[in-house]
Design a binder for this molecule. Structure first.
Ligand SMILES: *[C@@H]1O[C@H](CO)[C@@H](O)[C@H](O)[C@H]1NC(C)=O
Ligand SMILES: *[C@@H]1O[C@H](CO)[C@@H](O)[C@H](O)[C@H]1NC(C)=O
Length: 537
């Protein structure tokens, strides 16, 4: 089964903000949220096995107006199809969950891919405009909260997660005949298309809307590149484990993908799975359960911050207990906790983005969810009577294709909490005094890679007059996800608009402007608007 996940904005936020007097609203329409699409069942012979997991998975990931699903049910399971239709109807979920059953899915054959693409088309036609489409199976379950997942996707906007192993692929001609997939070539390899880069990899993907559109609209057109790939790969076995890989490598998406998929599987429990209906065996992990796998799953949650889904789960009691365990861990970590802070520029943010009439009684900062690696500064000003106003840091994104995700500047980087304890983007020019910025830092977020990466880059701090004040070489590897660097010049910063750049040998990859103030009242309106947004809580 496949499920795709889609982020969007909450329309209700406008209402909440309008209750504030004299508010200037800047609502970032790219807030994190989720998308979901489709699912199909490979195991037609045991149709009811995981039906409860499917319902639980959808309920767990469903955020009204933030995620939508398309679920494909194998033609061989009409009972499951009817059950799901009934469930959607009974729960009034037809705006969010589309169930379809159009293909006879047999391992190794082309129909799994066809169901995926049909699901993508259904979702592209949905009124909700989503940003990511995630493929899930009926045996998956989330390891982290929806909000942590949405934040991660948001930080990776435009990135497609497709695991790509380039190189030799078996090209065994196969054919689906009724319920069977048979090999026709007896070991002979189907010729490759000259000039095309071939690859294979895990079936599980999370792709950007742009890539989904290319696939959804153009794969049936043999005169397009994607159509050529589709017809070539559906003639050979297991196209669902190569189509997205080959499409990524041969399109403009080749610079915008991560080979870390969002799924974790227990490699130690992999075993050969045979099937009566297909000549192709696959490797599949064992079922996860409680308490057997609790420690292992906990370790993955703590150490593999890219892992958002685990598999496989089923409807057994022990497996469901592990889901309960995961839900309680993710739920606890996702509970929002606020800590009192002193952020000297906050009054100015309030003045510019909300109203000069408001007098907050206190200021707090959202703590990082330890399940999430990436965090942006989120402040909450207490207006009394349980009314709050929230400010969210805006990030600088790279201007060219790069594994850099965002670039930040701020005061007092806390290396244990991985947050700025002080001002962000608008900082005091002085290291002491009432507004003082004791230490100034650059922080960069990067996309991980499984392939080795070795890049030498330069960080350049430039003052308002255009003079480079400090340069630092940085080395990026496939493991880079978070990098911090301290600005060490001893004299006070010149007041005004500075820039921090990440450069390769011949071009600027990203630029972060920041403002060095003597008094926060000097921070220009435009700069405040460039650095922060008002957001719903
Ligand atoms: C589909 O192919 C056409 C060319 O035939 C191209 O103009 C169009 O942009 C493609 N669609 C997408 C979504 O890439
Ligand atoms: C980092 O934050 C924690 C929790 O707020 C705090 O206890 C600690 O002192 C901070 N570290 C530094 C170096 O400021």
């Amino acid at each position: 089964m496949l499920i795709l996940l889609v982020p969007l904005v909450q329309p209700c936020l406008l209402q909440a903000l309008c209750a504030l007097p004299d508010a200037h609203m800047h609502i970032d329409m790219r807030l994190p949220a989720l998308h979901q699409c489709l699912s199909s069942f490979t195991q037609g012979c045991v149709p009811r096995r995981n039906s409860r997991n499917v319902l639980r998975l959808i309920s767990r990931l469903l955020v009204p107006l933030e995620s939508i699903f398309a679920v494909h049910v194998d033609e061989k399971s009409p009972q499951m199809y009817n059950e799901l239709l009934h469930w959607v109807d009974a729960n009034n979920l037809d705006h969010a969950v589309q169930i379809f059953s159009q293909f006879n899915i047999v391992r190794g054959g082309p129909n799994m891919l066809k169901a995926e693409i049909e699901g993508i088309r259904l979702l592209l036609n949905h009124v909700i405009h989503w940003d990511f489409c995630v493929l899930l199976s009926e045996q998956d379950y989330p390891m982290r909260a929806n909000s942590a997942f949405a934040e991660y996707l948001w930080m990776h906007r435009g990135t497609s997660f497709v695991s790509v192993d380039e190189g030799e692929c078996e090209r065994d001609v196969s054919y689906q005949c009724g319920d069977r997939v048979v090999s026709l070539s007896g070991g002979v390899q189907f010729p490759k298309i000259p000039g095309l880069r071939y690859a294979s990899g895990s079936q599980w993907f999370a792709i950007s809307r742009e890539l989904a559109s290319l696939v959804g609209f153009n794969s049936t057109n043999p005169t397009c590149m994607v159509g050529t790939i589709f017809y070539d790969l559906t003639a050979v076995k297991q196209p669902d484990e190569s189509f997205f890989q080959v499409t990524v490598l041969n399109s403009e998406f080749c610079t915008r993908y991560s080979d870390y998929t969002l799924h974790w599987t227990d490699k130690d429990s992999m075993r050969q799975v045979r099937s009566l209906t297909s000549e192709y065996n696959i490797l599949s992990p064992g079922v996860l359960s409680f308490p057997k796998d609790a420690a292992k799953v906990q370790e993955v949650r703590e150490q593999s911050l890219w892992a958002f889904f685990a598999r496989k789960f089923d409807d057994s009691k022990e497996s469901s207990q592990l889901k309960d365990y995961l839900d309680s861990q993710s739920g606890r970590n996702a509970r929002k906790t606020w800590t009192s802070v002193r952020i000297p520029a906050a009054g100015r943010l309030m003045h510019v983005l909300a109203s000069s009439l408001l007098q907050p009684t206190s200021l707090e900062r959202l703590r990082r969810n330890v399940d999430a690696l990436f965090h942006v500064q989120m402040l909450r000003a207490n207006l009394g009577f349980e009314r709050y106003i929230y400010f969210r840091e805006k990030l600088s994104m790279p201007t060219i294709a790069s594994s850099l995700l965002s670039l930040r500047v701020g005061c007092s980087w806390n290396k244990t909490e991985l947050v700025f304890d002080g001002d962000v983007s608008a900082v005091s020019a002085s290291s002491s005094g009432p507004h003082g910025c004791p230490s100034l830092w650059a922080v960069a977020h990067w996309r991980m890679s499984k392939k080795p990466v070795s890049e030498e880059l330069l960080l350049v701090w430039t003052d308002p007059g255009g003079t480079p004040m400090q340069q630092a070489p940085i080395s990026i590897s496939e493991h880079s996800v978070l990098l911090w660097h301290r600005y060490t010049a001893t004299q006070s910063l010149t007041h005004g608009r500075w820039s921090l750049e990440v450069r390769s040998s011949n071009q600027v990859i990203a630029r972060r402007h920041f403002f060095a103030y003597g008094n926060p009242l000097q921070i220009p309106w435009q700069d405040v608007q460039e650095y922060f947004d008002i957001v719903p809580g």
